[in-house]
Design a protein around this ligand. Structure first.
Ligand SMILES: [Zn+2]
Ligand SMILES: [Zn+2]
Length: 282
């Protein structure tokens, strides 16, 4: 089977184990055809991060050159064994979209794709890293969990409609379910989710099937089966990512995820080369 993993991290990200080369060689050993290196883009340029341990979330700005240089070298070194793709997982933070642009532009010729993700929400008490378990205690600052979900999906809608935020792929679509804290009003949140999907279809962005949710308390891939079915109905393209933070996690539960996608009706997965989409059969 032709296998491609489009979401991985490394020691550049400060909270992941293993250097870039260890991820590449692990993917070769697992007989993968593609490994996408998608380091978290630096946070330090953002405002309102004083209260979060942002040094543990990503590399500092002054390592960007080294990351790209390393990734390109590995692409060349292993080109006869695997296709190494170079990318970032880029946070969308409303009203701060322009902060990363001048840095990203430097590398635009090198990037194969960009994952647009939301790990932080703008709230009345500042920027909130809702997917960091150390901040679970602050969930009580919200009226209820629906407020977190609504904020999250409205932020994603702003990401999709932003003409200044360049990205190819939506990362871990329903991330707020990570800790198995579910919405009170399921119908309300499904409505927001489906509205977000329609916007994603309009912009023709890809949505990743991210298997890291299966390793979290929710024990389910992002997004849920119900959402993937609606994605299929809308004709939204999908791509697979393990969100590996350890080389062992490359390709985590890909076979069962491909089975799930096929059962829903999907016949192809997306592939990227220099920001241009193509497809592989499943
Ligand atoms: Zn990470
Ligand atoms: Zn992420």
């Amino acid at each position: 089977m032709h296998l491609e993993d489009w979401h991985t991290h490394s020691s550049f990200c400060r909270h992941a184990t293993g250097n870039l080369e260890q991820y590449v060689t692990a993917a070769i050993n697992k007989k993968f055809n593609v490994i996408g290196l998608s380091a978290h883009f630096p946070y330090e340029i953002l405002d309102g991060i004083e209260n979060m341990p942002y040094q543990e979330y990503s590399m500092p700005i002054d390592e960007l050159d080294s990351y790209i240089f390393n990734a390109i070298n590995l692409r060349e070194k292993y080109k006869n064994q695997i296709s190494v793709k170079v990318a970032f997982e880029l946070d969308f933070v409303e009203k701060q979209v322009d902060k990363h642009r001048k840095y990203l532009e430097r590398y635009s010729d090198q990037l194969d794709y960009i994952i647009g993700s939301i790990h932080n929400l703008n709230t009345s008490f500042g920027l909130f890293a809702f997917d960091d378990f150390r901040f679970l205690k602050d969930y009580t600052k919200f009226e209820d969990t629906d407020e977190i979900y609504t904020n999250y999906f409205q932020t994603m809608q702003a990401m999709i409609s932003s003409d200044r935020f360049n990205f190819t792929t939506i990362g871990h679509f329903d991330l707020p379910k990570k800790f198995n804290i579910l919405p009170n009003n399921k119908e309300l949140i499904i409505e927001e989710e489906f509205k977000t999907l329609e916007m994603a279809k309009k912009r023709e962005v890809v949505i990743e099937i991210n298997t890291s949710g299966l390793r979290r308390p929710i024990k389910e891939q992002y997004p849920s089966k119900e959402i993937i079915k609606e994605m299929y109905n809308l004709g939204i393209d999908v791509i697979l990512g393990s969100d590996a933070h350890h080389p062992n996690e490359i390709g985590y539960e890909f076979k069962s995820s491909i089975r799930l996608l096929k059962n829903i009706g999907y016949k192809r997965l997306t592939h990227f080369d220099k920001m241009v989409k193509s497809y592989i059969k499943i």
